[in-house]
Design a binder for this molecule. Structure first.
Ligand code: G6P
Length: 598
């Protein structure tokens, strides 16, 4: 996820681009840059860090012009740095581009370009795009862009400018772009929030479309050369709403983004029914895995244990990062220590990884933020590509961690020549759709929230691979609504916690079809017998309807996919309850998004 902005008109472009980048910062904020055209020259300024610091750069005074593009970055390939920041230029600074998305075949294209003599200076996948345009450019920029995008695999939203041309070219495949229509001026942005103060008339580019934008006009065509219709839309939202894209809170937005984040994550990782991860490890040499993490990431680690032990048959130990470091952990030859962290900056997890390295373990990170301290400390890494998560309570990063762990478990199984059911791979490919279907229940869950938001406490119960989702459901509810909540393996309930059950203390069961469904049904009866209310989340509603008035149906999947699907209703329930209670959902009291102290 990155943010793109463009302007062409009579005004000075710099303040428009910078204000736009400020509005787009939620899409990425590790580095930024702008490029303006004046006197047939490109003037570029880039910097690591945030817009706030960028605005104070004295060099900005030299960057002027009425045509320009800008970018705020969320690193995917290459650490956040000035060199890796966009815009990128060709060898002669004639052409500049900004890119949002991932180019999967960039390494191959890069090798070819280097052989042909192109000087590629950054570690990004994006820079090769501008060198390809340079290669194909013989006076017709449109033609060169078309030839270039035909070679690209992956996703892109692109804005392109040339030192001698009075236009900006925009291309979209997978990553959003919209054109804003002004009077004698035009705008381009990843999100209309970046141009809303200038115009409310916009045209959303569709996938595989290209636009040539001039000061007074623009044309759109499909990448196959066919002319496309321009559908002008009037934006009615106010600025505050649109930053959250119409959602009330970032948390809500991030919950509903999950079909897309998982789609992005899976892209390029399953080919010919095999899992493709470029990891610096040898699965056959791993004797034991220790996973360490904090908070929500620790819950992901618990699910990871089920995945890895089931598919790869490698024993897994899960440890709180804050405990691991201080108990003189035993590390043997063949141990792999995995750190899971959304931010990549959590001090406890970082120190646990350092401790593991000191003791000679191989280390691997499952991280969202590229270039973060943990991502640099580990020997190998899986980036979950969930994009910036702004709500303090982690949602989309959690399901991206779960999906990454499932891919990792299958990758290890493959490496150890263990059989993976083809049906599971097919289901994995369907996961974004299944998540979407699971989110479609939101109205029903909102109604349940109304019914239960005054409860004095909540239990979340499950068995097997769904048990950590019960723990995560309880954590979500308590951290944003401040209702005391506990998650347990359903079988453990009778050994103490059941004492709390009464009519104001409901229990949410995660009960997918599995070998233990009958057992969990008995646990439901135990709660009912004590006058406890139950909410049942299940993919077998016919069987469970007689046990509760509140049954939430989720799509039927294999048991191994069900924890990801079951996460949707528990996130939504916590969100709607907290909203009804009027809580500060995106910034709950006493909590921080990234805890860099021990
Ligand atoms: C904080 C946050 C939690 C998060 C935990 C671990 O405590 O409030 O939501 O799960 O840190 O964060 P990490 O970035 O390492 O995943």
């Amino acid at each position: 996820m990155c943010g793109i902005i463009g302007y062409i008109g009579k005004k000075e472009a710099q303040p428009i681009l910078i204000k736009g980048l400020e509005r787009l910062e939620y899409r990425g904020y590790d580095s930024l840059g702008i490029c303006l055209q004046k006197n047939n020259k490109l003037h570029i300024l880039k910097k690591k860090g945030r817009v706030e610091d960028f605005k104070r750069l004295p060099l900005l005074a030299n960057i002027q012009g009425n045509l320009g593009i800008g970018h705020t970055r969320w690193a995917t390939h290459g650490v956040p740095s000035q060199l890796n920041a966009h815009p990128h230029t060709d060898c002669h600074q004639n052409i500049a581009i900004v890119h949002n998305g991932i180019i999967e075949n960039y390494q191959l294209l890069k090798n070819v370009l280097i052989k042909e003599g192109h000087k590629i200076v950054s570690q990004t996948d994006s820079e090769i795009i501008v060198h390809l345009i340079e290669k194909f450019y013989h006076g017709d920029l449109e033609e060169a862009v078309l030839k270039t995008v035909n070679l690209l695999e992956g996703t892109f939203g692109l804005a392109i400018m040339h030192k001698d041309k009075n236009n900006i070219i925009a291309v979209r495949r997978g990553s959003p772009l919209a054109i804003g229509i002004g009077r004698g001026e035009m705008f381009l942005a990843s999100d209309v929030s970046a141009m809303l103060e200038h115009t409310r008339q916009v045209v959303y580019l569709k996938d595989n479309q290209m636009a040539v934008i001039r000061r007074n006009s623009f044309q759109i065509k499909n990448l196959d050369g066919q002319k496309a219709e321009k559908e002008i839309k009037m934006i009615k939202w106010n600025l505050d709403q649109i930053e959250k894209s119409g959602y009330k809170h970032f948390m809500e937005k991030e919950i509903f983004e999950q079909p897309e984040t998982i789609k992005d994550l899976l892209r390029g990782k399953i080919k010919n029914n095999t899992i493709k991860l470029s990891l610096n490890i040898e699965p056959e040499r791993i004797k034991r895995i220790i996973i360490t993490a904090c908070g929500t990431s620790w819950h992901a680690a618990l699910v990871g244990k089920y995945f890895i032990e089931h598919f790869a048959r490698i024993p897994v130990v899960v440890d709180y990062a804050s405990e691991f470091r201080y108990r003189n952990p035993i590390i043997n030859e063949g141990d792999l220590v995995v750190g899971i962290s959304q931010s990549g900056e959590t001090a406890d997890t970082l120190e646990a990884i350092r401790e593991a390295k000191k003791k000679g373990a191989a280390t691997l990170g499952i991280i969202n933020v590229v270039g973060s301290t943990i991502s640099q400390a580990v020997d190998s890494g899986i980036f979950i590509h969930a994009g910036p998560e702004i709500g303090v309570a982690s949602t989309k990063a959690f399901t991206a961690q779960l999906t990454s762990l499932l891919l990792f478990a299958l990758y290890l199984a493959q490496g150890n020549n263990l059989k993976i059911e083809k049906a599971l791979i097919l289901e994995l490919k369907q996961l974004p759709n299944q998540i979407k279907e699971s989110l479609a229940n939101h109205k029903e869950i909102k109604a349940l929230a109304k019914q239960f938001y005054k409860s004095k406490g909540f239990f979340f119960l499950a068995r097997g691979v769904n048990t950590p989702i019960a723990l995560e459901g309880a954590l979500k509810l308590k951290e944003i609504s401040y209702i005391p909540a506990e998650g347990y393996p359903a079988g453990e309930m009778k050994h103490g916690p059941i004492a709390l059950i009464d009519k104001d203390f409901p229990t949410l069961f995660l009960a997918p079809r599995s070998a233990t469904l009958n057992k969990i049904i008995s646990n439901m009866q135990e709660i009912k017998a004590r006058k406890g209310e139950t909410i049942i989340v299940t993919n077998d509603p016919k069987r469970l309807k007689r046990l509760s008035h509140s049954v939430v149906e989720v799509p039927l999947t294999s048991e191994w996919i069900s924890p990801i699907i079951n996460t949707m209703p528990v996130q939504l329930l916590a969100y709607y309850i907290a909203d009804l209670k009027g809580c500060n959902i995106d910034k709950p009291r006493n909590l921080a998004k990234s805890v860099t102290v021990e």
